[in-house]
Design a protein around this ligand. Structure first.
Ligand SMILES: Cc1ncc(COP(=O)(O)O)c(C=O)c1O
Length: 529
């Protein structure tokens, strides 16, 4: 019934032997659907500690007899676990450790770790020691986190370094649990497995799982000694492209130093980049498979492999060898963890076009108080005679007297409401309607100043992103020259040159009887409508 009770309830709950298998979920729509390919995601993030590395952590902590110096481990003498890990292994160790009475866990982590992951470790009471090294350390480097963890545990009798990079209980966790689950789950659908894809970090999950899977699906039984690879079952190891961060997996170069026999376990290696990983993870999440970037990475590795074998005819060859009637090629890829701790990275690596726009975003900014320096700055700009031009002086720059039109290099922002603007305005000006419903002078009422500043900043920053203002002369006008000094300040502070405020605003411009235009056709910038 999935009930765990009594003094050992939580440890019992972490024991995979007591749990149903983690879900194996088919991806209903994918690019190879019409090629008779079925793809299943093995959801290791559905484990109690929500990540693939919790299985080796559990296995190493409960079943290790010898430490890295080949000495017998007496857990009663241990009060501190120390491990090099980018996150999932060590926070899982910390939780299980406490259940076994080991209250301290230390992690040697790379200085490239993300702030959110660092907080996640602190959240789980892991004491982090930052080391200046890449996120995937080289075990052969004596100053790597892996060796620091070893050295510290040799120095302190009460420390235990389980060392996921060399401990056979890491791959064996997947041999014992992950792989048999996949076999039984596919059997329940009467399916064999043809392609298995897995990301490579310590390589524990690939080595452990594919060793077992090969023993089940390798139909050759070594009858043909020259044919070492089974044409009906292939494993795909997925690695990162160099300089493409994805939390968890390694690059091919960094795998060189890994002791487990990953090379023998992989029939193909696919290299995947950061953007593809995050994009495919986001797509899986939005389809209901809530998995992190490294799962999108492995999925994309599998898709690339399928593309490769479709292109060179091997997919057809494979299908011709299949015995079952429907001749589907069945694939499984491993999903490692959840997306939530990486949310900031999705925004960092994928363009904002991937996310819905926030409406009324300026209301969030309204809550922050405008600092007094900013009010002083606006007043300084207002006092600068080179920036604040009388309407007649502005007119002389704006208008080409001979052609009776506005010069090409002029941009005019008119900050009045759209109704008044349409009535009369300077030819070719752009209307910014901030519609704050308050007629108080922003230079006297700081609440109005605050609202206008935030709205104008948001509108102008978007305009500056989409238009090149350099080389132009920018004029700002409003009713009486108070709101326009705010937009003038914002533009100047964003590095725009040749920005002017029309003193006295449209009221003074009209009094001087300078040219005005009536038109319903206008460019309107607003964030309130
Ligand atoms: C989040 C995460 N952790 C760890 C790993 C590494 O797994 P292993 O150490 O078993 O190779 C991966 C691999 O893709 C991963 O995505």
């Amino acid at each position: 019934m999935n009930v765990f009770h009594g003094d050992t309830s939580i440890l019992d709950y972490f024991n995979p032997d007591n749990l149903p298998p983690t879900p194996l979920v088919e991806i209903p729509l994918h690019p190879f659907k019409d090629d008779n390919v079925r793809i299943f995601a093995k959801l290791m993030q559905c484990l109690p500690m929500a990540n693939v590395k919790s299985l080796p952590a559990y296995n190493m902590l409960l079943h290790s007899n010898l430490n890295h110096n080949n000495q017998a481990i007496d857990l009663s003498k241990i009060d501190t676990l120390i491990e090099n890990s980018s996150g999932n292994t060590v926070f899982s160790l910390s939780i299980i450790g406490k259940l076994l009475g080991i209250n301290n866990t230390k992690a040697i982590v790379s200085n490239e770790i993300s702030p959110a992951k660092l907080k996640q470790l602190q959240f789980f009471d892991v004491n982090c020691i930052i080391n200046d090294e890449p996120i995937c350390p080289n075990p052969n480097d004596l100053n790597s986190g892996i060796n620091i963890a070893k050295k510290l545990s040799s120095k302190h009798e009460n420390y235990l370094n389980l060392n996921q990079y060399e401990n056979d209980l890491n791959p064996s966790a997947h041999y014992k649990w992950t792989a048999p689950q996949i076999v039984r789950q596919l059997e329940s659908l009467n399916l064999d497995l043809n392609l298995f894809a897995c990301g490579l970090g310590t390589s524990g999950s690939l080595v452990g799982t594919s060793t077992y899977l090969k023993s089940c699906y390798n139909k050759l039984n070594n009858s043909n000694k020259n044919e070492t690879k089974d044409p009906l079952f292939k494993t795909i190891g997925v690695v990162r492209l160099p300089n493409n961060p994805v939390p968890g997996p390694r690059t091919l170069n960094l795998l060189d130093s890994i002791k487990f026999n990953w090379n023998e376990s992989c029939d193909s290696i696919q290299q995947i980049g950061t953007k593809d990983s995050y994009k495919h993870s986001l797509e899986l999440c939005r389809k209901g498979i809530l998995v992190g970037p490294s799962s999108g990475f492995t999925y994309k590795g599998l898709l690339n492999y399928l593309n490769e074998i479709k292109g060179n005819g091997q997919l057809k060859e494979l299908q011709n060898l299949l015995k079952q009637d429907n001749k589907t090629v069945n694939c499984v890829f491993i999903c490692c963890d959840q997306p939530f701790v990486y949310i900031d990275e999705y925004f960092k690596y994928l363009g904002k076009e991937n996310f819905p726009k926030i409406e009324n975003e300026y209301l969030l900014q309204k809550k922050q108080n405008l600092p007094i320096e900013m009010i002083n700055r606006i007043n300084d700009i207002l006092a600068d005679k080179k920036i604040n031009l009388k309407p007649i002086d502005a007119y002389k720059i704006i208008y080409n007297k001979h052609k009776k039109c506005v010069n090409d290099d002029i941009i005019i922002f008119d900050i009045r409401d759209n109704k008044n603007f349409k009535e009369l305005h300077i030819l070719n000006s752009i209307n910014i309607d901030i519609d704050n419903g308050n007629t108080n002078n922003p230079l006297i009422d700081t609440n109005v100043l605050q609202t206008e500043y935030n709205s104008l900043k948001l509108i102008l920053q978007e305009f500056m992103q989409n238009n090149d203002l350099q080389g132009k002369k920018i004029f700002n006008i409003c009713y009486s020259g108070n709101s326009s000094v705010i937009s003038t300040t914002i533009l100047i502070d964003n590095g725009i040159e040749n920005v002017y405020n029309i003193s006295g605003g449209f009221i003074e411009w009209s009094k001087e009887n300078l040219p005005r235009w009536k038109s319903d056709n206008c460019i309107l910038l607003t964030n309130t409508k």
